[in-house]
Design a protein around this ligand. Structure first.
Ligand code: JD8
Length: 270
């Protein structure tokens, strides 16, 4: 997979040199190219922003410099490698607090793409015509990583690149397959991860739950599902309410009754 990232703070992406993504780059699984947006300015001040039409606070990023940057990066294409035919154009991802929520499902969708281009905005954002210009000839997705306000798109791109990168074949060590991820399709869909423990069996007087030392895989699996259900009901009731009742067994229902939590459409729910 080829990833292009455009930003006025390319140094933000040093973390992509280490750990999972760093190794994937060394192995050639990921071709990550980071670009300084100001390289496509032509004035001595390397200006990338101007005042907003219609007035209001702050500054807006200029369309011309983004147009030149994206055109130049596309001209470097096509993206070879990854699954399927080489892509002549990238799928453009624009982080913005007003975007569609970025989810595990979208991470899986993007992990299947051969070429992604992340456009990192700053100030009040990027002139909207840039997304319209490229949206006319390729996929452009405006995505948000959560309901809080960041100062720019860089941190959001770091989040998305890690969530997408770890889903690529061979990136995750075989210890953990993304199939078991929270939010991934399957039995644990919509369930949060339960608590985890390792040695020593007693730490500062705190014991590891007995069942985990029992070696009884059935009881351990049951206990883990119970804990995942408890934590989901407690921390993400909207997720628990969305659990498909068909996926609940008698024991699940008994636990949810004990928690006074009813799964199912709003009016029936708690
Ligand atoms: C891109 C500029 C800052 C946003 C005025 C503060 C994503 N979940 C998220 N929260 N914030 C962002 C995000 C913020 C950004 C940019 C993403 C580009 N800003 C702006 C509008 C209000 N300032 C984000 N993904």
């Amino acid at each position: 997979m080829r990833l292009d990232i455009v930003s006025i703070f390319p140094e933000y992406f040093a973390p992509l040199d280490v750990s999972l993504i760093g190794k994937a780059r060394e192995r050639g699984t990921l071709d990550v190219r980071i670009h300084q947006l100001r390289d496509w300015t032509h004035d001595v001040h390397k200006t990338v922003d101007d005042t907003p039409y219609g007035g209001g606070p702050g500054m807006v990023m200029k369309p011309e410099v983004w147009g030149e940057a994206i055109d130049a990066i596309i001209a470097e294409g096509p993206a070879v490698g990854g699954v399927g035919a080489p892509a002549a154009t990238p799928r453009i991802i624009v982080p913005t607090p007003s975007g569609r929520p970025f989810t595990q499902e979208i991470a899986q969708e993007l992990a299947a793409e051969p070429w992604l281009l992340f456009a990192c905005g700053r100030y009040e954002g990027i002139d909207s015509r840039v997304m319209r210009e490229y949206g006319a000839r390729m996929r452009v997705d405006e995505l948000s990583i959560g309901d809080y306000v960041l100062a720019g798109g860089e941190v959001a791109v770091l989040v998305m690149v890690e969530a997408i990168g770890r889903l690529l074949p061979g990136v995750l060590g075989n210890v953990h397959s993304a199939v078991d991820d929270s939010f991934a399709p399957g039995a644990m869909r919509n369930l949060l991860e339960g608590p985890v423990y390792t040695k020593p069996p007693v730490w500062r007087g705190h014991e590891v739950p007995e069942v985990l030392l029992s070696g009884h895989h059935g009881k351990i699996a049951r206990w883990r599902r119970d804990e995942a259900l408890r934590r989901t009901v407690a921390n993400r009731p909207e997720l628990a309410a969305a659990i498909d009742p068909e996926t609940l067994d008698k024991h699940d229902r008994k636990l949810l009754d004990e928690l006074a939590f009813r799964v199912g459409p709003e009016d029936m729910a708690n």
